[in-house]
Ligand binder design. Structure first.
Ligand SMILES: [Zn+2]
Length: 145
């Protein structure tokens, strides 16, 4: 399996940089990010065949608060990534939803998110929730960042 996503990409945050937040992960978080990459991000990227941008991966608690993330967000344990691609968002969204179905890949949450202020859209993929469950929830969400 080809590897597309780097750890650096999953840690990078403009908000962290701007606010002087140290977004260094623990070893456990690194393991989780690796698991997320191996189980979902890389195979999904290989199937999609075009670049996918991680707009948000790991968030330390301070960074999560700074971006207005949920208090229980699994971005804080390295089990989630927000994805964007250039071109049509609806095409990407439909592809991702169909990919999970056709490959029977287990996940916890697939959130089709849209920022109500900027109109920005992205797909949040969560591998497990904080209880280690994979509930297979698909939801459309309006958020405010
Ligand atoms: Zn997210």
């Amino acid at each position: 399996m080809a590897t597309y996503f780097t750890l650096a990409e999953l840690l990078k945050s403009n908000t962290a940089k701007k606010n002087g937040i140290d977004n260094t992960p623990t070893f456990e978080v690194v393991d989780h990010l690796r698991e997320l990459t191996e189980k979902i991000l890389d195979p999904l990227r290989a199937a999609w065949g075009k670049p996918i941008r991680v707009s948000s991966g790991y968030r330390c608690p301070r960074l999560n608060a700074a971006v207005g993330g949920s208090k229980t967000s699994v971005h804080m344990i390295g089990y989630a990534a927000d994805l964007q691609t250039s071109g049509s968002f609806s095409k990407f969204r439909d592809f991702v939803v169909a990919w999970f179905k056709s490959t029977n890949t287990k996940f916890d949450q697939l959130l089709l998110e849209r920022d109500e202020k900027t109109g920005d859209q992205w797909i949040h993929i969560g591998l497990y929730n904080n209880a280690g469950q994979q509930r297979g929830i698909v939801k459309v969400m309006e958020v405010s960042r």
